[in-house]
Design a protein around this ligand. Structure first.
Ligand code: 3PG
Length: 229
């Protein structure tokens, strides 16, 4: 691993990356069909005040776009849909700062830990959370959030795990993000609602900026309510 990228060769989850995700509060989940759109997409997110993105490895363009987006010092870029340790390794070498996986895979988690890259494996049951916890993780994705029971399920799942934080993702949008964001066990929410695939494909950057700004405002309002209550 290239230490020049600020990624240590070994070690625990660097807390700064997760803290930054928590401060941002919402992680746009991107499906990119054209690697050449990466720069404009990053610009659109940043113009809306959104300073992070999860680039899913679901298209041939995705891995080619990691470097272009990660090199933006103003955007915290992670990769998602990571199914194999090799994907995590390649993307970390390209500058990805965190790794998201739809489920818990020992190989992916171990490789990320060796690389010192925070990993958010998907969990939907207490057994999966226990597994992640035993691996030393204290932050996991809750996926697929809405079809796994939504906010009620998350609250029930989080109750026994006082030291775990969750990033609910899957089926979350402007209408239901607030409930998650006001839940103390939630570090941040993930979702594609600010970056629908068609908007990215059609290069509708202004609309992505508008949706990103709305998401940022939702986070701010929910956090303000949480402080006031
Ligand atoms: C995904 O797997 O695509 C993410 O969880 C995003 O889900 P969403 O499109 O329902 O927001």
């Amino acid at each position: 691993m290239d230490v020049d990228q600020g990624i240590p060769a070994t070690g625990e989850q660097p807390p700064d990356v997760l803290a930054r995700l928590g401060a941002i509060g919402v992680v746009p989940v991107v499906v990119l069909d054209d690697a050449d759109s990466a720069g404009a997409l990053a610009d659109a997110l940043l113009a809306g005040g959104l300073r992070c993105a999860e680039l899913t490895l679901r298209t041939p363009a995705a891995e080619r776009a990691v470097r272009a987006m990660a090199d933006r010092g103003d955007l915290l870029l992670g990769v998602g849909t990571v199914l194999e340790p090799g994907q995590a390794e390649r993307c970390a070498a390209e500058g990805a700062r965190f790794v998201v996986s739809p489920g818990f895979d020992d190989g992916v988690v171990e490789r990320c830990q060796q690389l010192g890259v925070p990993v958010l494996p998907g969990t939907a049951t207490a057994t999966e959370v226990l597994r992640a916890r035993r691996a030393g993780l204290r932050t996991v994705k809750f996926f697929p959030a809405e079809t796994s029971g939504g906010l009620a399920a998350l609250r029930a799942l989080a109750a026994p795990f006082h030291d775990m934080r969750f990033v609910p993702t899957g089926g979350i949008g402007p209408d239901n993000a607030g409930g998650y964001l006001r839940t103390p066990a939630v570090l941040a929410v993930g979702g594609s609602w600010m970056v629908p695939r068609e908007l990215v494909r059609d290069r509708r950057w202004d609309e992505i900026t508008r949706l990103s700004a709305l998401a940022v405002r939702t986070v701010a309002e929910c956090r303000a309510q949480a402080v006031a209550s």
